[in-house]
Design a protein around this ligand. Structure first.
Ligand code: ADP
Ligand code: MG
Length: 730
């Protein structure tokens, strides 16, 4: 570690120790969350003003932000009718003249006597047809008496700090206090070695801290930002790697007798997996085979699998999940698949039982030593008797695969030998559910950590995935099954086009297909959402879709009611399913070929993409219509345009990240003290990769950061206490 102040030390120095910090400023900083010098130094400029680029007065137009160097020709002070002090100054620079006015700054009349030369920084506005600058920032260069003024900030770059006007701290206040902090800190300890900095091509921390707060030229800023952003990403990656190391140390994994070869097209194996993949009735994509092989490799290893499967809607994740479950079952283990809703669990149950009809497992208790592979459904709406029977089968091992909702996690469900847990549509589930599934494996008689496969159809860009799901290995299904016709998406921009959309719905239904209509988003309680959906359902039945057989589904309906509507839609008794976003996830009716999304401008990209994924599941051409009603916002226009032009979920996810920034994606994961302040997931992909590589080298040697106490200390300082306690428990 280089000589200098550590972050830990700076975090112990209160801002009240600064000479420039009056009691008022200390209190104001405190209410802005700034208590220590470290908090203050981590308040980075939001932008910079380059005051060395001054403009000629003659060139200035209304709306320009500019710095002019000009001489005062005339100054006068008076009071406005409201009683405010008004100082009017005429300034000129040889190319032209400009009116500068100050409100409530009576002292300016004295400061800016005729003949004063000063820099005026501000925005040009229009006052009765003349250009004017109101309340500019002023730096006097040569006073009226011809004396040089003491404080000179000319030709410099001025950092602009996020201001807390509510608490009364200006950017100048911050700049002054930070200047003093930097001056008194002298040098920062750098937790990275010179060799590491060289290799990563990064600045040392002292230079970076100075340059980000007080750059002399704009070119200094980006390298400084990169270095400090790297620190943020490195801390993040270290936390993730330590967490994983910790889990692995505590792990009691299962070595399944699996072989990745079973997933190959040319295998001679007659294992469950090979038989299943060969008998599907369609050819698995090479992406599906590759991912199954990745999973079989993980399952074979003695460490518990923690794998995230990302695959766009319709990429065929279920096949992969079933293959993995079969691998577990063949070795005598049980598998569980957990879905976020009852509708989805039920649908998986129907589909998967059909796929596994002909599989038999060994059972010594039976005559002939075999019995049919047993798949069962367990959801919250099972009756007490059903529930008891299923729990019993799970506990005595006569059920091989159980599909269900969170009901699977309840304490009265004890597995005989849980070998694999699959979680579908992860974005609905948190880390806690994964932990609970693992826990339920430990409770099972086998007492080991089950392998875990988590699936999501909401692709998120790789960098963001590393943050949100950083403790998971990643598999990607990046290939769609053959023979799919891409969905044609049209954003209906006018009433005529909306009319045509409804026309398409009728045409498709006439040729035997079915349609979905997604109701407008309404804010409010579930009941209000349901009410508005019901009204829309009735309106459509009277108007746009008169004479068709419509069904309604919304979140206020009981699970059995929802399932009944789904069943009629699936069987073709209904032509159109009018629904709220409850159909967003996983619903699979290949005969449905039209999706109309009302009020589409109010949905996010990921949600629109999910909704659209309900069609295009069969061989027929499918259509998606986005109705936007009144003029959508400009962000909405970008979203709808993107949907219209692309069906690639990963591409759409990148656009989403750009539009919304990382905050929304990271959500509640952003809790630590420094988290991602300067680093940007969209912009700093390369840095994220570098940080991950370094973190993995640093942690991998002994599963801890023992060899780098300085880094460990920074991490402990910046993590929230609970995480820190977990990672650094001895
Ligand atoms: P998702 O990844 O969205 O969960 P599913 O697993 O529900 O996708 O699969 C969507 C549909 O595609 C299902 O009807 C499934 O049977 C079918 N499917 C899956 N893999 C293939 C494939 N390789 N070739 C053709 N159809 C496939
Ligand atoms: Mg699915």
């Amino acid at each position: 570690m280089s000589e200098g102040r550590s972050l830990r030390y700076l975090s112990t120095i209160g801002v009240d120790q600064l000479n420039g910090a009056s009691a008022r400023k200390v209190a104001a900083m405190e209410s802005a969350g700034i208590e220590s010098v470290l908090d203050l130094l981590w308040r980075y400029p939001r932008r910079y003003i380059d005051r060395s680029r001054q403009a000629d007065v003659a060139e200035l137009g209304v709306g320009d932000e500019a710095v002019v160097l000009a001489t005062v020709r005339q100054v006068s002070a008076r009071r406005t009718r409201q009683g405010r002090a008004l100082v009017e100054v005429d300034v000129a620079d040889g190319t032209g003249s400009l009116r500068v006015v100050f409100f409530n700054q009576a002292w300016r009349a004295k400061q800016l006597g005729t003949g004063t030369e000063a820099l005026f920084f501000g925005k040009i506005d229009d006052y009765r047809g003349a250009r004017q600058m109101t309340n500019p920032v002023v730096d006097v260069l040569v006073g009226a008496e011809g004396r040089r003024s003491g404080r000179q900030q000319t030709g410099r770059i001025i950092p602009i700090y996020p201001q807390s006007s509510k608490v009364g701290l200006t950017s100048w206040d911050y700049a002054g206090l930070i200047e003093e902090s930097l001056r008194r800190t002298v040098a920062f300890a750098d937790p990275l070695t010179e060799q590491e900095l060289d290799q990563l091509d990064l600045l040392d921390r002292s230079s970076a801290m100075r340059a980000i707060h007080e750059p002399e030229v704009m070119e200094e800023v980006e390298p400084a930002r990169r270095r400090l952003a790297f620190d943020e990403l490195l801390r993040l990656q270290l936390a993730l790697h330590l967490r994983r190391a910790q889990l692995e140390r505590d792990a009691r994994g299962i070595e399944h007798a699996t072989d990745p070869q079973e997933a190959s097209e040319t295998t001679s194996s007659n294992s469950f997996v090979a038989t299943f993949l060969a008998g599907l009735g369609f050819r698995p994509t090479s992406a599906q085979r590759r991912v199954v092989a990745e999973i079989l490799t993980d399952m074979h290893s003695g460490l518990p699998m923690n794998r995230l499967l990302q695959g766009d809607v319709g990429s065929g994740k279920t096949v992969v999940a079933v293959a993995a479950m079969l691998a577990a079952v063949q070795g005598g283990y049980q598998a569980a698949l957990m879905a976020p809703t009852e509708v989805l669990a039920e649908q998986h149950y129907l589909g998967i039982s059909a796929l596994l009809q002909n599989f038999e497992v060994e059972d010594e208790a039976r005559l002939g030593g075999r019995r049919a592979l047993e798949v069962r459904l367990l959801t919250g709406s099972a009756s007490a008797a059903q529930r008891r029977a299923i729990s019993e089968g799970i506990a005595n091992g006569s059920i091989d695969i159980v599909i269900g909702t969170q009901a699977l996690l309840s304490a009265d469900v004890t597995f005989a030998r849980l070998g694999l847990g699959v979680v579908d549509e992860q974005h609905r589930f948190g880390v806690e559910q994964r932990a609970a599934l693992r826990e339920s494996g430990r409770r099972s008689q086998a007492g080991a950590d089950p392998d875990l496969l988590v699936m999501t159809a909401t692709p998120i860009p790789r960098t963001a995935a590393m943050v949100v799901f950083g403790d998971l290995e990643m598999s990607i299904l990046d290939e769609m099954p053959e023979g799919r016709t891409p969905i044609l998406t049209h954003w209906a921009r006018s009433e005529l086009e909306e009319h045509q959309a409804w026309g398409r719905v009728r045409e498709e239904i006439q040729s035997g297909r079915q349609a979905y209509v997604v109701c407008p988003l309404v804010d409010g309680s579930d009941r209000m959402v349901a009410k508005s959906a019901t009204e829309e359902f009735e309106r459509l039945g009277r108007e746009s879709l008169e004479g068709l057989r419509l069904g309604l589904m919304h979140g206020q309906m009981k699970p059995v009611e929802k399932e009944a509507v789904m069943a009629s839609f699936r069987s073709g008794e209904l032509d159109v399913l009018v629904a709220t976003t409850v159909i967003e996830v996983g619903v699979d009716v290949p005969n449905a070929t039209v999706m109309v999304i009302e009020d589409a401008g109010r949905f996010g990209i990921a949600q629109l993409h999910q909704l659209r994924g309900r069609v295009g599941r069969g061989a027929n051409q499918s259509y998606c219509y986005l109705l936007s009603g009144n003029t959508p916002s400009s962000d909405a226009e970008v979203r709808l345009g993107a949907l219209e032009n692309s069906t690639d979920g990963f591409y759409l996810a990148e656009i989403d990240l750009e539009l919304r920034g990382e905050g929304t994606i990271l959500g509640s994961r952003q809790q630590g003290r420094s988290d991602l302040n300067l680093a940007s997931l969209a912009r700093d992909r390369d840095l994220m990769g570098l940080a991950r590589d370094l973190a993995s080298t640093l942690v991998s040697s002994d599963g801890s950061l023992a060899s780098r106490p300085d880094l460990a200390d920074e991490l402990a300082l910046t993590l929230d206490p609970e995480d820190a306690a977990f990672l650094f428990k001895s």
